[in-house]
Write a protein that binds this ligand. Structure first.
Ligand SMILES: [Zn+2]
Length: 275
């Protein structure tokens, strides 16, 4: 359906397209350094191996360019809430609480692919610019440092965003962002031979958690940043249903490559330690 794109969204897309991908990494790096997030990263062999194996499989679905331009890193955060988030440039963080809530590696792969979808669609940068559109553009135009004449407008916008990287901590994605990240993520899952069944079953598990404990911190946290779960499930299922019958099974549950090497109960136990 034809829709009128609001002007700020349109301007933002144009501005983000001018920013070099390398600058995404600088913005993400700036947030990691300013936020003290590193102190909350959990170092655990079992968890790191599991997340490494799963994300490694999803990364294979990227083009070589996409793999090399970003600083892909997947880490576990010592946090009980069921959530995950990504920073510009390829940092993906999975909370311990999320790993504990998953029942299969395929469910984690679904979350990983969704977060990668946000990174590849550059949603954080778009939201940052949208929220402070005029001031960001003015700063980039005036260019406080003024010493590098060669620098393009896109680079200057990126510098402005990197300086204000702490803003990332309070960002909320739009509904449209979430649906786009799902669509991009499900494409990655299918290309990686994993299938979208795990992504959908994790959303269903979240709905169950929410129904069992409507006011729990677990579900509130997820719902505040990932709205419209029921609709997202329906959309993902519909995308698979539209495929020719011969492709459907594989699109849903992947190919022969399964995460058989991972002992998921051991992973969940490791995610529970320390809480
Ligand atoms: Zn999301």
């Amino acid at each position: 359906m034809w829709q009128l794109t609001p002007l700020p969204t349109l301007v933002t897309s144009v501005v983000v397209a001018l920013m070099p991908i390398e600058s995404d990494v600088e913005i993400g790096q700036a947030y990691v350094e300013m936020s003290g997030l590193r102190r909350r990263v959990l170092r655990d062999r079992v968890l790191d191996d599991a997340v490494g194996a799963i994300s490694g499989r999803v990364l294979q679905a990227l083009s070589r360019r996409e793999r090399e331009q970003y600083a892909w890193q997947f880490q576990v955060v010592d946090d009980d809430s069921v959530n995950a988030f990504a920073l510009p440039g390829g940092w993906v963080f999975l909370n311990c609480g999320l790993l504990r809530a998953t029942r299969t590696p395929e469910e984690v792969a679904g979350v990983v692919a969704h977060e990668m979808g946000h990174v590849l669609s550059r949603h954080s940068q778009k939201r940052m610019i949208e929220e402070r559109l005029i001031s960001t553009l003015l700063r980039a135009l005036v260019h406080e440092d003024g010493d590098d004449e060669q620098e393009g407008f896109g680079e200057r916008v990126a510098e402005t965003l990197a300086r204000g990287a702490l803003q990332l901590g309070a960002l909320r994605f739009s509904r449209a962002n979430e649906f786009e990240a799902d669509a991009r993520g499900s494409k990655l899952l299918r290309a990686a031979g994993i299938g979208v069944g795990g992504m959908v079953s994790f959303f269903e598990e979240l709905l169950r958690l929410e129904a069992d404990a409507p006011s729990s911190a677990l579900s509130r946290e997820w719902l505040s940043t990932h709205p419209a779960t029921t609709e997202r499930i329906r959309t993902l299922r519909a995308q698979v249903d539209e495929l020719p019958a011969a492709e459907r099974a594989r699109a849903w549950s992947g190919g022969a490559m399964r995460f058989r090497e991972l002992d998921w109960e051991a992973v969940r136990r490791a995610a529970a330690i320390g809480h």
